[in-house]
Design a protein around this ligand. Structure first.
Ligand code: ACO
Length: 357
């Protein structure tokens, strides 16, 4: 039994390669750093899905179809509730989508994630949702649907850098969940809901909001050492650090730090974050000298999404809006394998003759 399936190979994939020992990530032939500075959300949808669907249109047509699908999704917005949990709202929205294995459903899921997340942000602050503009890029429209103003090109570009950086990452927990669901032939929507449900946990995609909580709680560089010592003494995990696969620095952390540093007004926040990062890494090295615990993607995700004006309650849903591209590509890859995922377990429970009558 391999706890956490750490050394189990459970899939062959042509989608991404996480080289944890040297801190490298390749997505469909692109180093993640290059992907982050070169491609937009729509480009990466095309890149990841090109071999998954026989009826894949050109990148430009795919972008137009995603824009049109945003408009359609807005007509199906779930009703606002007093529950302001953005993941719950996104899950309700996606749960109502048709559930099959087609490109049309893939486009609907990719487009509607952005619409439902933006609407949930508006509802959470007591504001009306904003109708999508299909002429804008997905990133620009997402920010416009949240803030009410079309963003400048460099701001939309920074969100693209985020969404494409997190689009896929080997057999992480949420992608594995999506692959298991799709192996039963339940449909892409079911696979995406499985992925989202795994992503929301604080040990996976739920970490970046708590990263900001930690930075706020520390407040000042002078408090850092005592704060970290206290948290570690209580056995808490420091959000944005550590990773199952990376034993070197997560390359996505630097891709996102660079994207944040290109935005105006972020220098002070980044300098503070770097200080906290150095302190945490030093403390983790002292506490776990035999286990390399480095900065992961979530630390600078928090800084970048905060700089983009996205509220921290929406960070995990925004992550899902990028990762959904990978979940769908993996689901299709799993379906092409043609076999249900069904590992074995070892029974350690009582034997019948030992049970009391
Ligand atoms: N803070 C404090 N201690 C930690 C941290 C951390 N961030 N990460 C690991 N440790 C400790 C573990 O508690 C464990 O200690 P123990 O032996 O005393 O129990 C030891 O280091 C070894 O842990 P790992 O085997 O490296 O952890 P694992 O692979 O099981 O978990 C995980 C990886 C979940 C990412 C973990 O590092 C963690 O909880 N990090 C904080 C949450 C976080 O940032 N999650 C986002 C990950 S990136 C992503 O999913 C998109």
């Amino acid at each position: 039994m391999d706890s956490g399936l750490e050394n189990v190979v459970a899939a062959e994939t042509a989608l991404s390669d996480v080289k944890g020992d040297i801190g490298e990530l390749i997505i469909k032939g692109w180093y993640v750093e290059k992907l982050a500075t070169s491609l937009a959300f729509e480009d990466v949808a095309h890149l990841l899905w090109a071999t998954a669907f026989e009826d894949m249109p050109s990148t430009q047509d795919l972008g137009a179809q995603i824009g049109a699908a945003r408009v359609e999704a807005f007509k199906r917005l779930p009703a606002a509730t007093t529950n302001s949990d953005i993941i719950q709202y996104l899950r309700r929205g996606w749960a109502n989508e048709r559930d099959d294995e087609t490109l049309g459903t893939a486009i609907t899921l990719a487009a509607s994630g952005l619409v439902y997340t933006a609407a949930a942000v508006r509802f959470a602050s007591g504001q009306a949702p904003i109708t999508p503009d299909p002429r804008l890029s997905s990133s620009a429209d997402f920010l416009r649907m949240i803030t009410g103003t079309a963003p400048q090109a460099h701001t939309a570009r920074a969100l693209d850098a985020y969404l494409v950086t997190v689009c896929d990452h080997g057999l992480n927990a949420s992608t594995f969940a999506a692959r298991v669901v799709s192996s039963t032939r339940a449909g892409l929507t079911s696979a995406v809901l499985g992925g989202l449900s795994a992503l929301k946990g604080p040990l996976h995609g739920g970490a970046p909001g708590p990263v900001l909580d930690m930075l706020d709680d520390i407040g000042d560089e002078a408090n850092a050492e005592a704060w970290i010592d206290q948290a570690l003494a209580k056995g808490e995990r420091l959000m944005g650090f550590g990773h199952r696969v990376y034993r070197a620095r997560d390359p996505r952390a630097d891709a996102l730090k660079s994207a944040a540093s290109r935005l105006p007004g972020t220098a002070g926040r980044i300098a503070f974050s770097e200080h906290i990062e150095r302190e945490v890494l030093g403390k983790l090295r002292s506490k776990y000298p035999n286990r390399a615990l480095e900065t992961n993607v979530e630390f600078y995700t928090a800084i970048l999404l905060e700089a983009l004006g996205i509220p921290r309650e929406a960070f995990t849903a925004t992550f899902a809006c990028g990762r959904v591209l990978g979940w769908i590509a993996h689901a299709r890859e799993q379906i092409s394998e043609g076999r249900i995922v069904r590992p074995k377990s070892v029974y350690r429970g009582p034997m019948p003759e030992l049970m009391e009558a």
